[in-house]
Write a protein that binds this ligand. Sequence first.
Ligand code: SAM
Length: 305
Amino acid sequence: MTDAVHVPVLRAEVVRFLAPKPGEIYVDGTVGLGGHATAILSAGADVRLIGIDRDPVALAHARENLAQFEDRVTLIHGNYRNLAGILSELGIAAIDGFLLDLGLSSLQLDTPDRGFSFRTDGPLDMRMDPTQGRSAADLVNEASVEEIARILRDYGEERFASRIARAIVAVRPIATTGELAAVVRRAIPRRFHERRIDPATRTFQALRIEVNDELRNLHDGLAAGFTVLNPGGIIVAISFHSLEDRIVKHFFRKLATPHYESLAPGPPRPAQAEILTKKPLRPSEQEISENPRARSAKLRACRKR
Ligand SMILES: C[S@@+](CC[C@H](N)C(=O)[O-])C[C@H]1O[C@@H](n2cnc3c(N)ncnc32)[C@H](O)[C@@H]1O
């Protein structure tokens, strides 16, 4: 086991929904440090797990933390959105369960050098995969006021988006998380500062979503997972903010609704899935008090017909 800590959210519930059985194959699309993966692999003697993560540092921890399971685990550095290609390279045609535990690991959030946190100062990076793409610093230093404002509005639901975007462009270049947080805090009028929420929270969330293309990954990843799922297979998704949860909710609802194929005559096509969580599952008060990161988690699950 490595020293790095990330407490898996709703761990028992994930295992209850997936209900792994011997011989089955599971994909953990956000394997992180391997917390949920450990629980899945421990649930059945002969269960196989493919763990994917964009973050090479997380994967290195997962490799150590999952070493006890030996050849039952395959770890892949990649984007869960490319699940079809990843599985075909492994020669796997279908899977029995797919887990997405979205958001950041505690390791990412608590490492100042990764540039995710407004609580500590570090280079403004925010890439889950630091080997590719543009960093948050590239974004805030190169984008137009309009583009920055759109990102803050769409992905942070930030009412002062334009004001913050203008303030960023006026002081840039911005190199660190501390500088960005200070600009945002100054740009939002004092009387709108909330008591327990840092004014920089929404801006940091928005930039992180944009830098990592998180919503498109989720949308495409759910579709990729459902396509390769065996009949009876389960998808479990844990989201941490309303934009993610909305995507999961609508995706599951669409699958669970009978529908007509364009103008084709005949009866509607039957529902392709059954929703297992009428309302999203939330962590208990006790889990939240032991692991505050669980506070905003919502778990949804569906079963393929
Ligand atoms: C909340 S953590 C997962 C923690 C994990 N369930 C555990 O118990 O240790 C989310 C992880 O998903 C990874 N991630 C986010 N988006 C991804 C994507 N599109 N493809 C692959 N990994 C992704 C992040 O790098 C991060 O390590």
